[in-house]
Design a protein around this ligand. Structure first.
Ligand SMILES: [Zn+2]
Length: 370
């Protein structure tokens, strides 16, 4: 009698387990963007041609960048540059598309290949080259996925948050002004904690070299504090230094920004794992707004005259996704699929908000090809 009871228990348990695993486990989504962070560094680490070009005196082998980040193979180099991303995240928890040498490409559908059109395509699921053709501070003409999720999940303003280094996110992130929490540029961040108040003041004391972009350090600290305080279900952390240092032709700072962003990813991940609200229930997409040139002449640049900039990359970390490492010989995926993919993780259909938006990425969810 006792053993039969046990078997029954096991059957009930198994049935329950299967039912649960058929459902998505995702309850929260986080989008992370690294402005103009090239596929070349993400998949290949330090670029020796650029370093040689930048080494004015002495041997390239003696430069601090070479000593810290050079290795013979692309795999070893990228592990030195992004040790957490490649050594932990992509190995144990997620996968990445966009390495063209393996037959995987990710492209923008906008033909502008600079920031506002790229972020808008990510956040609305649609290129709007007809109206978004500059980085000017104009209100996004389409509702964003952040606004859509706020409505569908019935969230308050603190529960949907965008923290960005670039001030134009105040215009890109929402169609309806004030719909969600946006903190971007050198904007103060109000918080009860004294150290956050000090940081909020400091960001205007220790100005970055750029008028409209603050250091990622501040953006990341405020984002982390917001995450811990309000536990948002939808968050976009938009880091920017990988683009701005590159525009200045400063390869050393560009490279150290990649490495700093990797440390920030680790801090974020460790926090998510320590929190019952997020652990095992959070899907993350990491991507970029545009690529940049592939040569020593145009690695600093992007935009219509630099077609290489249409190639981007996209990484997925999700409790609902078994894929690990790099995508190989797969269909090209597109920037306009991010919004629908974020929604699909939450079992929501983004086409309700925008029927013209790109579809959820088929390789992740199965179903029809895009
Ligand atoms: Zn950009």
């Amino acid at each position: 009698m006792k053993s039969r009871y046990c078997i029954l228990q096991i059957v009930v348990l198994l049935t329950f387990t299967c039912a649960v695993s058929a459902q998505n486990r995702t309850e929260n989504v986080i989008l992370i963007t690294l402005d103009g962070a090239r596929t070349q560094e993400v998949f290949g680490g330090l670029d020796l041609d650029i370093l040689k070009d930048k080494t004015r005196r002495g041997r390239v082998e003696d430069s601090p960048l070479y000593k810290k980040y050079w290795a013979e193979t692309p795999e070893e180099r990228r592990l030195k540059l992004l040790p957490f991303f490649w050594g932990v995240l992509m190995k144990e928890h997620g996968s990445i598309a966009g390495n063209r040498s393996l037959g995987s490409a990710v492209m923008t559908t906008n033909r502008m290949w600079f920031s506002y059109p790229g972020y808008s395509e990510i956040l609305t699921g649609q290129a709007r080259d007809d109206v978004i053709n500059s980085n000017d501070r104009i209100r996004n003409p389409n509702t964003t996925v952040l606004e859509f999720l706020k409505r569908k999940l019935n969230l308050d303003q603190n529960q949907v948050a965008l923290f960005g280094s670039w001030d134009v996110f105040n215009w890109i992130g929402e169609h309806e002004e004030g719909a969600i929490t946006i903190n971007a540029g050198h904007e103060p961040y109000d918080h009860d904690k004294v150290e956050i108040q000090v940081l909020s003041e400091l960001q205007n004391e220790k100005l970055s070299p750029w008028d409209s972009v603050r250091f990622d350090y501040f953006t990341f600290r405020f984002a982390m504090e917001h995450l811990k305080t309000y536990e948002p279900r939808v968050m976009h952390i938009a880091l920017g230094e990988t683009d701005d240092w590159a525009h200045s032709g400063d390869y050393a700072h560009t490279i150290s920004s990649f490495n700093k962003n990797d440390q920030q990813l680790k801090e974020l991940w460790d926090y998510l794992q320590s929190s019952p609200k997020y652990r095992g229930k959070t899907s993350i997409i990491i991507t970029i707004d545009h690529g940049r040139g592939n040569t020593i002449k145009d690695w600093t640049d992007h935009g219509e005259k630099v077609p290489e900039a249409q190639y981007i990359w996209m990484a997925f970390i999700s409790p609902d996704l078994q894929l690990r490492g790099e995508w190989k010989n797969t269909e090209t995926i597109h920037q306009n699929q991010v919004a629908a993919t974020l929604c699909r993780f939450l079992n929501l259909d983004y086409s309700e908000n925008n029927p013209r938006a790109g579809k959820p990425i088929a390789r992740i969810f199965g179903g029809v090809k895009e």
